[in-house]
Design a protein around this ligand. Structure first.
Ligand code: FAD
Length: 898
């Protein structure tokens, strides 16, 4: 999301003093952009009278496929602006009114909030329009739906759809939870894999990005500290992958005004869901019979400040049922007197909400859906979304064959990240685990389920659910809570941070239910764990706290909808999501289509990207502006490559896509000559040796044949602009200085020095190897040598003066087949990376920003001399005798984009 700010409001000015609201953690990632920036702008916040028709045309011609909106201070300008816009601006709205009671800064924040909402609305409406244009393709009502994932999110959706006459088929990679043994919980999603308890309250899902809050001052760094250090991470932050770093950074960069909006939006969805739960309880009471339904929730607070804040919040949400004084509360609930006397309780309230034993409820839903003709397919992993060349969904690829339907709903919880590749929801959902334990519900029994809030403790929010043990029928209390970020991983069973969470949850049970805790302890060390199993389960979290709702049109006129990521309130919000899906299929509006759009909160990355965008072409304020529209100039592209068969193919692709690009070739023979001239004869020898090896083994011939087949017969690339022994020379520096490329593709050259880097614009290197682990040469060889078949990949990254150390743009993974060897895999990686870089450069040419993720881990660097004949033999043995690739075949036809 990018704003262009041209109003004269003081706090929006980007000057020497940091702006108050629009500034993020890094100067170069400021949300507002300078008037002369060439980047695509989503919302223009303006006074109104400074905008001319020329400015408007310039702005709208940038990345014209991106929906754009305007927020105008002086509303009298709106008709004039609409004339200039000629229907090309999604929405032109006036600034919010300044109420006399609010301060200038509050008003200015509300302008930013409105601008953010314009952005979200424009994105969501563009997706809806696209879906409805497609929807007119077939006139018949679209009624068949494939749902991927049988967690609570999709079960509630399937239930609503089946009730409305849709034919649903629910596909899940796990087994039928109704017949799964307690010990097999790890093969289930979070809904069925956790314990048998879930709660609805109006604050069940929340935004945990509490910045500038009175209660939470240091939430920003919470995911970078381990549980034992007072944070929320079970994964060691030093071991975060690049995608995990990116997720945590995205969380940290949400500014306070935006976090406050997200919190409000999440509560709005909770409230709407609450109404729908009540309607369902009334209209389908059978679903709630014999599932341990308990109404009204007791909330306990350790600190009075938190209690007071909660009273205020629940009043605002219309969810406060009783607000007794601490004395009244203890008189009504004397069991908690010892906790109050030991300073563990400041007071409590009664709020709107209910709990169910979710495993029983899930079984009810599955039976109900089946009874109405719905189908379930268990143990069937859905591997990918298949699309037509224009991006419309054609089918889902699954282990049991292609799945086709009018519509699709994909809600894969935390384990479906590969499935979401290529969607706007990709990489948004990561895991934050919670843990469980149980104790007997001794006389006098607790009748209402509860929530305990203990700010600043290792387990802050605990749900205590009144339930029955499914195996023994005993009345129990189920404790669930704790936050442990695991990213895209799962924790080791003996993780010390996980142990710290369990210890703390036991402590909570001991403080508030001492007798029941003692009784459970007496029964043995595992008596407190469900079925004797120490369970944790991993909630799907997004960095914004918002759930996901993404619509993608299908080729047949239907929709594929992605939902999920509802953090601590997936159960609570499920009926609201279900209704939003139904409304989308019916072409109706639902606020969730906007509120949970996956592009919300996507802020510019905190890296310098001035060098990553096409060269400046001013929008506003430049003296060169003369009011006449200017022609868009072609992209200034430079290729630095060697002279291998893959480089011929790369040039062939660029000849077609970007005719007129510049090309400098550093041939293999020239590289060797240059090494010799520098006295690096040993390096020259190794390079020559590998050339001969490839020739003798027939690999050079195979590689040539492979790429020649891809080049249209008779095609001849234009001669390169320069052929040099090394690109680090004055002839190249001068030429590149003259050409001023906006983007440079690098493939197969030797190390590039700072002088060239400084002149070549954004440089993207095609590295055949999985970064950050495998740097340098022969990275496919060494990945196989290490047995790391999943690290057979090419990485596109920004070329910097650190060898293979620049930020990662993308990775491509070839399908690994049983008949493959190092050479075939290497060739596949080369081809895929070439095709992928051409796609990225095309996006860049259209004005889209390329997003890069920093490399965090160090990795190893391999030289030509590391690949010795001995290692060659060892790999030969691993491949041909050890059968390293013999299990391959299904392969993973995935390409990660970070
Ligand atoms: C300790 C704890 C307590 C909680 N308490 C509450 C509470 O009281 N109230 C509340 O509202 N929320 C609560 N939550 C959160 C809630 O449980 C989750 O938000 C919710 O269950 C998520 O449901 P889901 O359908 O999104 O995901 P899941 O239940 O994980 O379902 C996703 C399904 O998709 C399947 N799948 C994934 N990938 C594929 C694929 N490629 N092909 C086929 N199938 C696939 C998985 O097997 C899984 O069954 C709690 C969470 C924890 C950890």
């Amino acid at each position: 999301m990018k704003f262009l700010v041209t109003t004269s409001l003081p706090s929006f000015h980007v000057g020497s003093k940091p702006p108050t609201y629009i500034h993020f953690s890094h100067v170069s990632s400021d949300l507002s952009i300078p008037l002369t920036s060439p980047q695509s702008v989503d919302v223009w916040i303006c006074n109104g009278d400074e905008v001319t028709g020329y400015h408007m045309d310039r702005w709208l011609s940038q990345a014209s496929h991106i929906p754009k909106s305007m927020l105008v201070q002086d509303a009298t300008n709106i008709p004039r602006l609409q004339e200039f816009a000629k229907g090309r601006v999604a929405e032109i709205a006036a600034f919010p009114k300044r109420e006399p009671a609010i301060s200038a800064s509050e008003w200015e924040e509300s302008i930013l909030r409105d601008a953010e909402m314009l952005y979200a609305r424009a994105r969501a409406n563009a997706a809806s329009q696209q879906a409805s244009v497609n929807g007119t393709k077939g006139h018949a009502r679209k009624t068949s739906v494939v749902l991927v994932g049988a967690g609570i999110m999709n079960l509630m959706t399937a239930q609503l759809l089946v009730d409305r006459g849709y034919h649903v088929r629910v596909v899940d990679q796990g087994p039928d939870p109704r017949s799964t043994q307690p010990g097999d919980w790890t093969c289930l999603g979070v809904t069925s894999g956790g314990h048998n308890a879930r709660m609805f309250t109006n604050t069940e899902a929340d935004n945990y990005n509490e910045q500038h809050s009175e209660l939470y001052q240091d939430m920003q760094s919470i995911f970078r500290k381990s549980v034992r250090d007072g944070g929320w991470s079970v994964k060691n932050p030093k071991e975060f992958s690049a995608a995990e770093h990116a997720w945590v950074e995205a969380f940290e960069r949400v500014p306070p005004w935006m976090a406050a909006t997200f919190k409000k939006n999440i509560h709005e969805v909770n409230r709407e869901a609450g109404k729908l739960w009540r309607e369902l309880i009334n209209s389908a009471p059978h679903l709630f019979e014999d599932v341990g339904f308990h109404d009204d929730i007791i909330r306990l607070y350790v600190e009075s400040v938190a209690l007071d804040k909660s009273v205020e919040l629940h009043k605002n949400l219309g969810a406060l049922l009783k607000d007794p004084s601490p004395q009244e509360f203890l008189t009504a609930h004397p069991r908690f007197r010892p906790a109050a006397e030991s300073d563990h309780l400041a007071g409590g309230l009664i709020v709107d909400g209910f709990t169910v034993n979710v495993h029983l409820f899930v079984a009810k839903l599955i039976n109900h859906i089946t009874a109405l003709g719905g189908e379930f397919v268990w143990d069937c992993k859905v591997e990918g979304i298949q699309r037509s060349p224009s991006g419309e969904v054609t089918a889902l690829k699954s282990q049991k064959g292609n799945l086709e339907a009018d519509h699709y709903v994909v809600s894969p919880g935390t384990t479906g990240s590969a499935l979401l590749h290529g969607t706007a929801s990709e990489n948004l959902v990561q895991g934050v685990l919670g843990i469980w334990l149980q104790i007997p519900n001794l006389e006098p029994q607790l009748r209402n389920s509860m929530k305990i809030h203990r700010r600043g403790h290792k387990v802050e929010d605990i749900n205590v659910t009144v339930a029955k043990d499914q195996q023994t029928g005993e009345d129990i209390l189920i404790f669930g809570g704790g936050y442990g970020y695991v990213g895209l991983d799962r924790p080791a069973h003996d993780s010390p941070d996980l142990n710290a969470l369990y210890d703390e949850l036991e402590e909570v049970a001991r403080i508030y239910f001492p007798q029941a805790y003692a009784a459970a302890k007496k029964r043995g060390p595992t008596a407190m764990y469900p079925g004797g199993h120490r369970k944790y389960c991993v909630r799907p979290f997004t960095p914004t706290g918002l759930g996901l709702f993404e619509k993608i049109p299908t080729a047949g006129g239907g929709q594929l909808i992605i939902t999920g990521g509802n953090n601590t309130g997936g159960f609570a919000q499920a009926p609201a999501i279900a209704r939003a899906v139904l409304r989308s299929f019916l072409g109706e509006h639902d606020p969730i289509h906007v509120l949970f759009h996956p592009d919300r909160g996507k802020l510019p990355p905190a890296v310098t990207y001035r060098s990553r965008t096409p060269s400046p072409s001013p929008i506003l304020g430049s003296s060169s502006l003369n009011g006449k529209s200017q022609q868009q100039t072609p992209l200034k592209l430079l290729l630095l490559c060697s002279d291998g068969p893959n480089h011929r193919y790369l040039r062939y692709r660029l000849d077609q896509a970007f005719p007129g690009y510049r090309c400098i070739v550093e041939p293999n023979a020239g590289q060797i000559r240059h090494l010799v001239s520098k006295g690096r004869t040993l390096d020259a020898y190794w390079q020559r040796y590998h050339g001969l090896r490839r020739q003798l083994l027939g690999h050079s011939r195979q590689r040539s044949a492979h790429f020649d087949k891809l080049i249209r017969a008779g095609h001849v690339s234009p001669p390169p602009d320069l052929v040099v022994d090394t690109v680090n020379c004055a002839a190249v520096w001068d030429a590149v200085e003259r050409w001023q490329p906006e983007i440079t593709i690098v493939s197969g050259t030797k190390f590039i020095g700072k002088k060239l880097i400084a002149r070549a614009g954004l440089m993207i290197n095609l590295h055949t190897g999985h970064l950050p682990e495998y740097k340098g040469n022969h990275c496919i060889f060494f990945a196989l040598y290490d047995g790391q078949v999943d690290k057979v990949a090419s990485t596109l990254h920004q070329l910097t003066s650190t060898l293979d150390g620049g930020d990662v743009l993308d990775r491509v993974f070839p399908v690994v087949e049983a008949g493959d060897n190092e050479e075939t895999l290497y060739t596949k990686c080369l081809e895929m990376s070439i095709d992928r870089v051409v796609e990225h450069v095309a996006r860049f040419a259209k004005g889209e920003r390329l997003e890069f993720v920093p490399q965090r881990a160090q990795g190893r660097t391999f030289r030509h001399s590391d690949r010795t004949p001995g290692k060659e033999l060892w790999l030969w043995w691993r491949l041909n005798v050890g059968g390293l690739l013999s299990k391959a075949g299904s392969g993973k036809e995935e390409a990660e984009s970070e």
